[in-house]
Design a protein. Sequence first.
Length: 755
Amino acid sequence: MNNAWVGETAGELPLELGLAAMAASFPIAWLLHRLVEEPMRRARIAFSWSHLRQVAIVSLALAILPLGLARAFASDVPSGTFRETQFGLDPGCELSHFQVRPACMTSTDPEVLVWGDSFAMHVIAALRSGAQASLLQVTRSACGPLAGIAPVERNSRKGYDAAWARTCIDFNDAVLEYLKTASTIRTVVLSSPFRGYLDGELFDVLVKSDSLYVQTHPDPDLALKHLAGTIAQLRALGLKVIIIAPPPSSGFNVGACLERLQEEKLILGAPQDCIIDEKDYRERRSRVLAFLNRIENGGNVSVIRFDPLLCDGTKCRTTLEGNSSVSGQRPPIRSRLRTAGDTAGAVRSSRTSRALNEASKMLIDRRDRLRMPAARLGLMLTALLAQPAGADVLRVGSGQEYARIADAAKAARDGDIVEILPGEYRGDVATWRQKQLTIRGVGDRPVLIADGRIEQGKAIWVIADGNFLIDNIEFRGARAADYNGAGIRFERGRLEVRNSVFIDNQAGILTANFAESELFVRDSLFAQAPKQEESLPHLLYVGRIARFEISGSRFHQGYRGHLLKSRASYNDIRYNLLYDGPQGEASYELEFPNGGLAFVVGNIVGQSAATQNPVMVAYGAEGNAWPESALYLAHNTLLSDRHTGTLFLRTWPDKLPAETEIVGINNLSVGLGSLTLANVGEFRGNLPLPPGGLEDPETLDFRPLGASLLRRFTSPAGSARGVSLQPEGEFALPIGTRPITPPDSWLPGAVQLGY
């Protein structure tokens, strides 16, 4: 049975099942004694050749039965053939300290450095078989490619303790030092499952600051900071950076399962077809997936992900079309990493350039796609390597190459960086038509004032169709003839806005309605809607697009329109301050008129006494427009200053599909009103407080009074659809977020720190 068990402890039956088998042996032994042994003792058996033949047949059957059972449970396939340890180019590439070994390179002048832990070892074969560039492998088990930080396994039996973590940090420092003088390296591929930097149940992390080492709890923001720092150091050396993400996994050993499936053996502890349940995978790996999303959404780094190829929304395959996904004689069952690593060439990363998209489309459409899966990852890498590593930097400002932003917008090419120096730019409106571009303010935030000008009758800036990152820019005073003048009009593509300010615009950001577009907003301010009667100004208005995420941002002083309105298919609203304030007159603070999936976690939402609308959060008012709709409200602080009562949440079930989920967990409502009135759904851990139940909202202190008592009424929020509903951070004044360590008991609402 140990051989048949392929759960997380593959080859070692879990204790509870072993005990159950032991317990079952007692009644079986009693039955054997009662029904066989005792009757045989009492029976008078006369010798005959017939009896001798019967005894011989039974004895032979009893001898063969154990052999047959062993055959059913054991594997005929030598473990050295299928699940041998993978070291990449050579066993010596499992390095204890950094060194460049000839066996770990495919050329004396390597162009691509593959850096990471054991996962990097697994993808080497795929890279080598398909990539035209020469490789250098620098890998160490469990030591991910993040400078200045390393995992520490609690109760480690493999030696991954704090002392080992120091050597991991030293190893990564040495890699960076080597790259400073490695003249032939053009690209660095980073590979890791990242779990050791995120899983607080099994790991701590050791962080190096100057010459000091501090052991602390894993934190996604901390890990992201170190990974971003590593990428920044590599880019400062003029190197291209590519990240290969881990493949889908679940609570069983995929390699062992496929081995037994191929040999038609009994399988315990896993689905009989070895297929991964996607919901289970996303729940188990929610921390890693959220971390990967943040990496991917961070801009300017290509991430190769396997999910689009292997998963269909319900299941994640471990083979392609019933055949081995590994070329040659060996099936894909060396390990789940090797399986996905060898199929990664068919994955299209949402962060890649047009060249990569075309290359991957060609590969996916090939009829012989199962014959050379390992080569596809290499071909994807080749497509990425074809992109220029460097980018032109165009500077705008007094005394610079470009005095006007509009001129830089016309001159910039795909992949360039436009830097805007501090100052006021009046009437300097522009359309950006590039396919990929970074635009950032340098130093003090440059201020773009419409001053009566509007681009295409739409906005101060129009983003036509591309992948854009806008950082540290302020937009003011946009007015248009149709009363929808925006700071940014986002037409199509993918846009990320960071550290930016939108004040006194008819719409801060306004999107078009292209279903494949994506918008991400981080650490930004939307305020002071103009007091116009002709059309309701929304501080941020998201149209019918694929995805919208916002975090660490502040909204206040709306007027008749909404603070935030989104028609997107997928919405993730986390750690924001949507507090209209005493001078605000917004209608809804947050609205999803067409349903869609909405995850609203850890926000402070406040309605002004001057509002004309008693509803704070509205969902489904105009009817469903998407295949899936569900609203998840968790750990939000909802504050109303109205004296005549508030509906903190209103849904329109008559306009939504009957199966639409409405879930409210551990929310704190403050003021006169109700969260659950007339709303059908799952509500638990939600607590009301009377007016005055917070410390001092006028000074933006939203800590609840009586915290020790409130903690008794909550329970962990858990996750939904593979997305965590448990806060990992909270809004931090003036703008942004700060991480939180999970407390022993949670407070309802968004504020956990400060007690």
